[in-house]
Design a protein around this ligand. Structure first.
Ligand code: XMP
Length: 534
């Protein structure tokens, strides 16, 4: 089960927070409200350095206790002069820990240390040419000119004492600054976004040339240490793990299986809202890779009757969520003596739910994963992936020997096909969706575009349209094909799939799926649309 459910910070720390054991090298990203804080952390980890996101107002003492090798201040939407603008503990600047301020983080550093920040003559948004004047350390190995990505309304107007400019743009004289003797740097642009040329190299340079990091974060070490930590903590107890066939629950199960083997019981709940032959595929994958106990619950009827007559999308999600919890509860309590419940909670879930130690406050979740389980279930949680980002989970899956096709599976929502079947969910409508979905995925795979596409599916619309087949007029269903490309599923763009592929998909769906006579391609980006239709 892949859970984005909120976790209560008051509960005991679940097993799986292994970073402390593993990391004697860590970077803290202080989050000043940036939409890119997670991206910064991922870029740091790309350089084999462990990284955590913490609240902007973390105390200098707590920072010191975490023994970071470096600190990064994220950007943020505020101006340092705004009332209530986020600030940091001023003593952090005196800790002697290498610091990189990005955008707002740089402005706050300059402002706090006696410099001046002012609104730019014109808000700068997008690409800008950066001229680098000092190629040491941060810009080591850089050409003198690169393209960077800017997004700011304020900029540093006067440097604090002891600082110098090391790069500029035509409108921003202090696009990168450094302290002459202390390891404090600031950059006005965003190295974490892919539009900044050599952004990864800049982060590498900060970590290795400025902060002296060694690069100790490797998923193979993570796997090894997590497995032995799980083994030690779980002892001879029994663990239950919900399986969905997705990458998060599969990797969770794989780690546990390696740690405790036969003490693991997995539960697969078939809610009747899965794709074609999915139950069989999950069972096959499972038995190919594990020799653990698997309980399959066929609850299709229960879910479909809970959905009968329901058209409202929120109500559908709620009912599916409740039915899932009830089913899981019943099955879990049949497993005698189970003490732990394993969940595939990922680091973004931990951060966004506000449950990370010293992490930023909770943000509003885009949606709740209906697969999440209530605390009343009475198990202790095991969350071995709670330190990892999705791309790391995929790499870990490969490391653990899971097959590529499983590790790179497109995400599938907890409420399944119900949110792709607009209006009331019926068995007949689900069948149409299953057939159409199978054709779409098969054609995308044939075109070798499955990995390049982040998610692809078919939505059954509620409208019928007129068509002609042979000599007769038809009046049948329209479906929408939705394919998106995205890094994080928070924003997404529609996939520019080749026309001939779309043509094949459309022809096959209309010819092969009974009851469909029209196929539309969804060309909305997120935002303002969402990825799913309901
Ligand atoms: P939206 O539609 O919010 O989807 O743009 C973003 C990503 O989340 C998936 N999604 C869900 N996943 N439970 C899940 O496990 C849900 O209730 C749910 N709703 C949306 C969606 O498929 C996409 O990958």
């Amino acid at each position: 089960m892949n859970s984005s459910q909120s976790h209560d910070a008051k509960r005991p720390e679940p097993i799986g927070h292994s970073a402390d054991a593993l990391q004697n090298e860590r970077v803290l990203v202080l989050d000043f409200g940036s939409q890119f804080a997670q991206l910064i952390a991922r870029r740091v980890r790309d350089q084999n350095v462990y990284c955590e996101i913490v609240r902007h107002d973390i105390s200098a003492q707590t920072v010191l206790a975490r023994k970071p090798s470096a600190i990064i201040f994220s950007g943020g939407p505020s101006s340092v002069y705004d009332q209530g603008a986020p600030v940091c503990d001023r003593r952090i600047f005196d800790l002697g820990i290498p610091l990189l301020g990005i955008c707002y983080g740089m402005q706050l550093t300059a402002h706090s240390l006696g410099g001046a920040v002012q609104p730019c003559p014109a808000r700068e948004y997008g690409r800008a040419g950066l001229s680098i004047s000092n190629m040491e350390k941060l810009f080591a190995g850089f050409p003198s000119q690169i393209d960077v990505w800017m997004s700011h309304g304020d900029q540093v107007q006067r440097l604090p004492e002891g600082f110098e400019s090391i790069a500029s743009t035509t409108t921003c004289p202090y696009a990168a600054i450094k302290h002459q003797t202390k390891p404090i740097y600031g950059i006005q642009f965003h190295p974490e976004v892919s539009h900044t040329a050599l952004g990864g190299t800049l982060i590498h340079n900060f970590l290795y040339n400025v902060a002296g990091c060694q690069g100790r974060w490797h998923l193979s070490n993570f796997a090894e240490q997590t497995i032995s930590q799980l083994r030690e903590k779980i002892g001879s107890e029994r663990v239950i793990c919900g399986l969905s066939g997705g990458v998060d629950s599969s990797v969770t199960a794989a780690l546990l299986y390696k740690a405790i083997g036969p003490q693991l019981t997995c539960i697969l709940i078939d809610n009747g809202l899965l794709r074609k032959d999915e139950q069989a595929a999950v069972i096959r994958e499972f038995t190919d890779h594990f020799r653990a106990d698997l309980r399959v619950v066929d609850a299709s009827e229960r879910f479909l009757s809970a959905l009968s007559g329901i058209r409202d999308p929120q109500e559908k999600r709620l009912r599916i969520g409740h039915a899932f919890i009830d089913c899981f509860k019943e099955e879990a309590h049949k497993i005698n003596g189970a003490r732990y419940l394993a969940q595939g909670t990922l680091y973004p879930d931990v951060i966004e739910s506000g449950a990370a130690p010293d992490g930023p406050a909770a943000t509003i979740k885009l949606h709740h994963n209906v697969g999440g389980l209530p605390e009343q279930l009475g198990f202790d949680l095991v969350e071995p992936l709670r330190d990892l980002f999705k791309d790391e989970v995929r790499k870990l899956g490969i490391e653990l020997g899971l097959p590529e096709h499983l590790v790179w599976r497109h995400p599938f929502p907890g409420p399944g096909l119900a949110v792709r079947c607009l209006g009331e969910v019926t068995e007949a409508k689900l069948d149409v969706l299953r057939e159409a979905d199978e054709i779409l995925i098969a054609e995308i795979k044939n075109a070798n575009l499955y990995r390049e596409t982040s998610q692809a599916f078919v939505v059954l619309l509620e409208s019928q349209s007129v068509g002609v087949m042979g000599d007769s007029r038809t009046y049948e269903n329209a479906v929408a094909v939705r394919c998106v490309n995205t890094d994080d599923f928070m924003t997404a763009d529609w996939s520019r799939l080749p026309y001939d592929l779309l043509a094949r998909v459309s022809t096959r769906i209309i010819n092969e799926v009974r009851g469909v006579n029209r196929v539309c391609y969804d060309i909305s980006s997120k935002p303002p649309a969402t990825i799913e239709w309901e």
